[in-house]
Design a protein around this ligand. Structure first.
Ligand SMILES: [Zn+2]
Ligand SMILES: [Zn+2]
Length: 756
C-alpha cells in the first residue's frame, strides 16, 4: 500500500485538505454517524438573518444561519442557481437581495401601517445571475486569514443544496463548520477559515475570543460565555442584524458527555478522484455488471458525481500514512518502500522495522530542503483503502509475484451485496484506475439483501432477524444455498421464508437423495460395480437413451446459465432433470432393476442411472456441495481409487451433444403431457386409475410411435390410444346469445337471433 500511495503521490493526486466531522469539543474527538444518531435533543435557539453589504452597491444580501457562532468564519454566501431571487426596496429603507419565494415570510412584518407595502420588487433574477457577486467581509478577522492564504473570498457561490423551504434563500458559508459548506467551498477553491479551536472556543483575533460556541448548561453555570448571543448583540450594534428569529430543532449531543456537538473541520488527506473521473467512468464501462442497471445507474451515477476520497483517519491502528513532513519548512515526501525508508533515514536497520505505530513513528528523515528532522504525519489510512488494495497487496506486488499478478489481474469475477457500491466495489475500482488505469474486475454480480418473509428489513430489535446458524442447523447448508439460488434472481431483495426452504429441500434435494438411495439399495443387493461395465449406447433401451439425452441437455443448459450468471435458471434446469429422473425414468424402469441375474437390459438400466447420478452430482456440486460430495464419494471414490478425491476437484461435466436426441425428448415430452392430461381427465370424471378404460383419443398432428403409445396405455390404464388431428366429432357446441352483450348491438334483431 505504501507503494500505491507513493505512486498516487507522485502523480500529484494525494493532498492534505480538511474534512468536516461531527465533533465533541469536550471529549476532543469526532463521532461516527451511528454515535451521532444516539444523542439527538430538541434545542430552542435563536437563528440570525444578517445583512451582508454588497460591494460597491447600496444594497444588502439577506442571509440566514442557525449557528451565529460560525459567522466570524464566514467567507462566502450561497444561492440556488435555478431559483428566482429578487432585489427589493423594503419598508425599512434598505435594498435587499433574497429568494423571491420567501419575501413575504421574511419582510412581511416590515409593513407598520395598514395598507403600507412591506417591500417593492425592483428586479428579479436567477440565482445563477448572482454568482461571483462580491460583498464586504462581515468580520475583519476572517478577511485577515483569507489575505494570508492568497485566496479569493466574499462572493456568492451557487449550489443546488440551497432551498426555499426556510430562511431567506441565501445561506452563509463557513467551510470549516459544515459538510455542504466544505463541499461547495472546494468547488470554488475557498480559503480555510476556522476561528474556533478544538475545545470549541472562539480563537484569539475574533471579537469573541475565549467564548464557547456550544456550552452545556453546566459549563454556563461555571462561567462559560456562549458565543451565539454575543455575536447577535455585536451585529445588532453595527446595524447588520436584520432579525434573530427563535426556532426549535433536534440537535446532536455527545452520547458520552452530553455536550452539544459541533460540525468541525479536521485536517485530512485526500486522493484527488475528481482528476481521474473520466478514467473511472471509462473503466466502469468495461465491467460486466449483473444486473446491468447497477453499473449504469447506481455505480455510474456515483462515479459521475465523484468527490475526492478522504483516506486518512485519526486512529492508532491501521496502515500508517507514508508521508513525512518537515516542521520547519513544511516540505513533505512520501516513502514508497522499506528500502527507501532505510535510504532516506540513513539507517540501514530501518529496512527491517515494524511498519506500524508506534515503531514507524520513530523514524526520522532529514529534510532535503533545510536539514531539519522530518516526522511522519500522525494519520493512518482508512481500511477501505486496504480493501481496494487487495488485488496487488495480497501478492506483495510489485516487490514480488509480478508475473502472477499480471496474469491474474483484473479478476474474472467478484460478488458482494448492493451496499458495497460505495464500499468495496468502489475502492477496488478507484485504486485500480489510479494505479493501472483499468478495471479491477471483469464481472461483478451484485446481491440483494435478505429480508424477512413479509419483505421487511431484518433487525434484532424487531425480533424478525433469522440467525443464520440456527437456519443452517435446522435446514442444512445445501438447503439454504439451494433456496438462495432458486428463490429469485440474486440481485433482487430476498424474502427469507422457512416454508420456501423446506419446499426446495423436498423437491430437489429429497428427490435427488431418494433416487441415489434407490440406486445404492439395488446395486448393493446385486453387488453391481459400475467400473466393470461400460455404457453401450447402441444396446440401450429408449428410456435409457431418453434419460441420457435429457442429462446432456441439462448439463448444457446449466453450464450456459452459470456462464451467463443466470443462477435461478441453472437451478431450475437441475431441479427439472432430477424430477424427470426420479418420477419418470426410475418409476418406469423400476422393474428392470428387480430382474433376476445380470442381463444386458439390467446392466443398461444400472449404467444409465449411475451415469446420470454421477454427472448430475458434478453439475450440481458448485451449488449444493455437501449432498453431491456424499454421492460422489460413495459412487465414484469408493470404487475407483484413481478418481479425483473430491467432486470439487472434478472438472465440470461437458455436455455430449451426440447423446442429445431432440426428437426423442420431444416425443417423451408429449407422452408426459398426455399422461398428465389423462390423469386430470380421470380425476374430473372421477374414474380411478385402477379401473381400465377401453380407449382414449389424443388430439395431435402426428401419431406417436408404438413404444410411446405403450407407455401412455400403461400409465393411464387404457387399452387403446387413438391420435386424431381433427376432433370436431367429439365436440358439440350450443350457442346461447349473451343478451347483455348482443342486445345493445343488434337491438330489434334479438328475437330473430334467439330463434336462429
Ligand atoms: Zn463528549
Ligand atoms: Zn525542511
Amino acid at each position: 500500500e505504501w507503494w500505491a500511495l507513493r505512486t498516487i503521490w507522485d502523480k500529484g493526486l494525494l493532498y492534505k485538505g480538511f474534512k468536516v466531522v461531527p465533533y465533541c469539543p469536550s471529549c476532543g474527538t469526532p463521532l461516527s454517524s451511528h454515535e451521532v444518531a444516539q444523542g439527538y435533543k430538541t434545542l430552542k435557539e435563536r437563528s440570525a438573518i444578517v445583512r451582508f453589504k454588497v460591494k460597491d452597491e447600496d444594497a444588502y444580501f439577506l442571509a440566514w444561519t442557525t449557528t451565529p457562532w460560525t459567522l466570524p468564519s464566514n467567507i462566502a454566501l450561497c444561492v440556488n442557481p435555478e431559483d428566482t431571487y429578487a432585489k427589493v426596496k423594503a419598508a425599512d429603507g434598505c435594498i435587499y437581495y433574497m429568494g423571491e419565494a420567501l419575501l413575504d415570510t421574511v419582510l412581511g412584518s416590515l409593513a407598520k401601517e395598514e395598507g403600507e407595502k412591506a417591500y417593492e420588487v425592483l428586479m428579479t433574477m436567477k440565482g445563477k445571475d448572482l454568482e461571483y457577486k462580491e460583498y464586504e467581509p462581515l468580520y475583519q478577522c476572517a478577511a485577515d486569514v483569507v489575505e494570508k492564504q492568497h485566496k479569493k473570498a466574499f462572493f456568492v457561490y451557487c449550489d443546488d443544496y440551497v432551498t426555499m423551504s426556510d430562511g431567506t434563500g441565501i445561506v452563509h458559508i463557513a467551510p470549516a463548520f459544515g459538510e455542504d459548506d466544505a463541499r461547495v467551498g472546494r468547488k470554488y477553491d475557498a480559503p480555510f477559515v476556522q476561528l474556533v479551536d478544538d475545545h470549541g472556543k472562539m480563537k484569539e483575533g475574533t471579537p469573541f475570543a475565549g467564548m464557547r460556541c456550544k456550552p452545556t448548561e453546566k459549563e454556563m453555570k461555571e462561567g462559560a460565555v456562549s458565543a451565539d448571543p454575543e455575536v447577535l448583540k455585536e451585529l445588532d450594534k453595527r446595524g447588520l442584524l436584520f432579525a434573530a428569529p427563535k426556532f426549535e430543532h433536534d440537535y446532536p449531543h455527545c452520547w458520552r458527555c452530553n455536550t452539544p456537538l459541533i460540525y468541525y473541520a479536521r485536517e485530512s488527506w485526500f486522493i484527488r478522484m475528481t482528476a481521474v473521473k473520466d478514467d473511472l467512468v471509462r473503466n466502469n464501462q468495461m465491467i460486466n455488471w449483473i444486473p446491468k442497471s447497477l453499473g449504469e445507474g447506481r455505480f455510474g451515477n456515483w462515479l459521475e458525481n465523484i468527490q475526492d476520497w478522504g483516506i486518512s483517519r485519526n486512529r492508532y491502528w491501521g496502515t500508517p500514512l507514508n508521508i513525512w513532513e518537515c516542521p520547519d519548512c513544511g516540505h513533505q515526501l512520501s516513502v514508497g518502500s522499506r528500502k527507501e525508508l532505510a535510504e532516506l533515514s540513513g539507517k540501514p536497520e530501518n529496512e527491517k522495522i515494524e511498519l506500524h505505530r508506534p515503531y514507524v513513528d520513530n523514524v526520522v528523515i532529514p529534510c532535503p530542503k533545510c536539514g531539519k528532522d522530518m516526522h511522519r504525519v500522525p494519520e493512518v489510512i482508512d481500511c477501505w483503502f486496504d480493501s481496494g488494495a487487495m488485488p496487488y497487496a495480497q501478492l506483495h506486488y510489485p516487490f514480488e509475484n509480478k508475473d502472477l499478478f499480471e496474469k491474474e489481474f483484473p479478476a474474472e469475477f467478484i460478488s458482494e451485496a448492493v451496499d458495497q457500491t460505495r464500499g468495496w466495489f468502489y475502492s477496488l475500482h478507484a485504486e485500480s484506475t489510479l494505479l493501472f488505469n483499468k478495471p479491477a474486475y471483469k464481472n461483478c454480480l451484485v446481491l440483494g439483501h435478505v429480508l424477512d418473509k413479509d419483505g421487511n428489513k431484518m433487525s434484532k430489535s424487531k425480533g424478525n432477524a433469522v440467525d443464520p446458524m440456527d437456519a443452517l442447523n435446522t435446514f442444512g447448508a445445501d438447503a439454504i444455498r439451494w433456496y438462495f439460488y432458486t428463490n429469485s434472481a440474486p440481485w433482487l431483495p430476498n424474502r427469507f421464508h422457512d416454508k420456501t426452504v423446506t419446499e426446495g429441500q423436498r423437491k430437489f434435494l429429497g428427490t435427488l437423495w431418494n433416487t441415489y438411495a434407490f440406486y445404492v439399495l439395488y446395486a448393493n443387493i446385486d453387488e453391481f460395480d459400475a467400473t466393470r461395465y461400460t455404457l453401450d449406447y447402441e444396446k440401450l433401451a429408449v428410456m435409457d437413451k431418453w434419460l441420457l439425452s435429457k442429462l446432456n441437455s441439462t448439463v448444457k443448459a446449466v453450464d450456459e446459465s452459470l456462464g451467463a450468471y443466470r443462477i435461478p435458471e441453472a437451478g431450475k434446469a437441475l431441479e427439472e432433470f432430477v424430477d424427470d429422473m426420479s418420477n419418470w425414468y426410475v418409476r418406469r424402469s423400476r422393474t428392470r432393476f428387480w430382474a433376476k441375474g445380470m442381463e444386458q437390459d439390467k446392466i443398461n438400466a444400472y449404467m444409465t442411472l449411475y451415469t446420470a447420478l454421477v454427472t448430475i452430482a458434478k453439475a450440481a456440486a458448485p451449488m449444493v456441495p455437501f449432498i453431491t460430495e456424499d454421492i460422489y464419494q460413495n459412487l465414484v471414490v469408493n470404487l475407483d481409487k484413481s478418481a479425483p478425491e473430491s467432486v470439487h476437484l472434478c472438472r465440470f461435466p461437458e455436455a455430449d451433444e451426440t447423446l442429445v436426441d431432440a426428437g426423442l425428448e420431444a416425443k417423451m415430452d408429449e407422452v408426459l403431457k398426455i399422461v398428465v392430461l389423462g390423469r386430470a381427465g380421470r380425476n374430473e370424471a372421477n374414474i380411478k386409475n385402477r379401473q381400465p378404460l377401453a380407449g382414449m383419443y389424443v388430439k395431435a398432428k402426428e401419431v406417436l410411435p408404438e413404444f410411446y403409445q405403450d407407455i401412455v396405455r400403461d400409465e393411464l390404464n387404457v387399452r387403446k390410444v387413438e391420435f386424431k388431428d381433427d376432433v370436431r366429432e367429439f365436440t358439440n357446441y350450443t350457442f346461447k346469445p349473451q343478451l347483455k352483450t348482443v342486445g345493445p348491438k343488434y337491438g330489434k334483431l334479438l328475437g330473430k337471433i334467439k330463434q336462429a
